[in-house]
Design a protein around this ligand. Structure first.
Ligand code: G
Ligand code: G
Ligand code: MN
Length: 511
């Protein structure tokens, strides 16, 4: 059934909206936290890299100082300067060895004294720094060589890799920290590598020293942002989830509040809680039952019988009035069709229709189906349209009433006298009956002026050749007056109250 499908979709959209309103603050908060974590990590790597550069610069200052003091000695015989070389090694904490160079020849070293080795300036980055993976004395131990060269004179001083990797380890701690000199780089484990620098996808910071020919790279491996968030933000996560739940609840409550009446009506419609009550309409002259008005009642599981004035406005607003009326017509047909063959004259069945029901041609099909349930010619279907809300004469409504008339459906103006329908309106919609509002019937026996109004309405309908139904007849006096003035049909507590279908069928057999 398309109706249930509609409900299910509505329910699922409600769930989706609730979930979204709960997820939105969580997702938003989560992205902000992710961004914040990225910033914190970037700041951390920048500071770490700067600190490492500061430390390396200080160490190299020490090493460079030794070279500066020794370079004027280059060219003198090794025996004469050997002690000066060793003194630098002893005095300076970061100097491991010192060497003198003449014309690109290393000829004197603090360790061996006289020595011979060709120097290749190309090994040194910017001619000054060479990161080696050890030398003949200590193979496989990182070594940073500082070269100072002035003409043919030169000095080489070396810095032990142990100091360097110590800095990487101590300052880096959680950060991956690398020292790069030309094509080689040193990792915190003290190893010198010649391949490409490893990728540091998270918060990478690469900075050169402004004073020496090296670069420091700091960063984190992939996934560090999540690890950081997991270790730092659990309290914020709980807060986010709290906000999400609150926001989801608010979304849920707001939706429930806004859609509650129509949702409840929809539920009631599916549960078949809307049932027809029947009030007899009698002939003015012989008081025989000539028809009935079908009145909707809500058989509410908790509230009991609910009068239509309390829920019809909601039903109109939500558009449910159409399926509700359809259900009422189906129930009425089911109840009355079996007895319709015993009707001597066409029995009038009045169904209340709201203006909002006349916006399309759907009503025609409902009426056709209703009529087809009865023995042909056994009933007159009368649609009661209240005068308080008139129908706009648009192309579609005119077409609707044309088709209804072609089907033999009759039109009654309900609560007549309380609204303001013009004569043109009555003709345009081919009205068959006027139902005089009970407030005018109640005037009978009161002052003369009120009676005049009632008389004029009766006169008018006679002139327009319309049938008249008087509503709210409660006394014999009213009944006698109306009959005397030629009112064709009477309806009211005097003849019968609105009653359930079974009671009505039962009572019908006695009338
Ligand atoms: O007696 P009762 O309380 O049923 O009627 C109250 C009002 O509700 C009346 O104005 C009547 O026209 C309206 N009403 C009763 N049943 C229906 C119905 O099925 N559809 C519509 N649109 N109005 C109804
Ligand atoms: O559709 P309409 O507006 O005509 O609705 C008829 C209303 O009048 C219903 O609420 C019905 O219960 C009520 N009614 C029917 N007969 C009488 C009556 O004799 N006296 C009073 N007070 N109300 C009546
Ligand atoms: Mn009515």
């Amino acid at each position: 059934m398309p109706l249930t499908f509609k409900t299910r979709r509505k329910r699922s959209t409600r769930i989706v909206v609730t979930v979204l309103s709960g997820l939105l603050p969580i997702l938003l908060g989560f992205s902000i936290l992710y961004w914040q974590a990225g910033r914190a990590l970037s700041q951390s790597t920048q500071l770490t890299a700067e600190e490492a550069i500061r430390q390396f610069d200080l160490m190299l200052d020490n090493t460079a100082e030794a070279a500066r003091e020794l370079v004027p000695l280059a060219g003198q015989s090794c025996n004469d300067v050997k002690l000066a070389l060793r003194e630098q090694v002893t005095r300076r904490p970061f100097v491991r060895s010192t060497n003198l160079v003449w014309d690109d020849n290393l000829y004197c070293s603090s360790l061996f004294g006289d020595y011979q080795e060709k120097i290749n300036a190309g090994d040194y980055t910017q001619g000054t720094l060479w990161l080696m993976n050890g030398n003949p004395v200590t193979p496989n131990t990182a070594l940073l060589v500082y070269r100072l060269s002035e003409g043919k004179q030169g000095a080489l001083t070396t810095l032990d890799g142990y100091h360097l990797s110590n800095v990487l380890r101590l300052i880096g701690r959680k950060t991956v920290l690398l020292l790069q000199v030309g094509p080689s780089w040193l990792s915190a484990d003290g190893k010198v590598h010649k391949d490409a620098l490893p990728l540091l996808p998270v918060a990478e910071s690469k900075r050169p020293s402004s004073r020496y020919a090296f670069t420091v790279a700091a960063g984190f491996p992939a996934g560090e942002t999540w690890r950081y968030m997991r270790s730092e933000y659990p309290p914020l996560f709980s807060l986010l989830i709290f906000f999400g739940v609150v926001s989801g609840l608010i979304g849920h409550v707001l939706q429930k509040r806004s859609s509650s009446p129509s949702h409840e009506l929809q539920r009631a419609l599916e549960a078949a809680e809307f049932v027809p009550y029947f009030q007899p309409v009698v002939h003015g002259t012989n008081k025989k039952w000539s028809g009935t008005e079908v009145l909707m009642r809500w058989n509410h599981p908790k509230e009991g019988l609910v009068r239509p004035d309390l829920f019809i406005p909601f039903a109109e607003h939500s558009g449910l009035i159409v399926p509700m009326t359809r259900s009422l017509m189906q129930q009425t047909a089911q109840l009355l069709a079996p007895v319709s063959s015993s009707f001597e004259e066409p029995f009038h069945i009045g169904i209340n229709i709201t203006a909002s029901h006349c916006k399309d041609l759907e009503l025609v099909e409902d009426c056709r189906e209703f009529l087809s349930a009865f023995a042909p010619g056994s009933i007159h279907l009368v649609l009661e349209l209240t005068e308080r809300e008139l129908i706009e004469p648009t192309a579609i409504t005119l077409q609707l009433f044309e088709q209804l008339h072609a089907l033999g459906v009759m039109i009654a103006i309900d609560d007549f006298g309380t609204g303001h329908s013009s004569l043109g309106y009555l003709r345009q919609f081919n009205v068959d009956f006027l139902k005089i509002d009970q407030s005018f019937v109640a005037m009978i026996g009161a002052d003369a002026l009120s009676r005049h109004i009632l008389d004029s309405i009766i006169e008018l309908s006679a002139k327009l050749d319309l049938g008249i139904v008087a509503e709210g007849v409660e006394t014999e006096e009213q009944s006698a007056y109306l009959t005397a003035h030629g009112v064709n049909f009477l309806q009211g507590y005097l003849f019968g109250r609105p009653m359930p279908g079974a009671d009505f069928i039962d009572a019908l057999s006695h009338h």
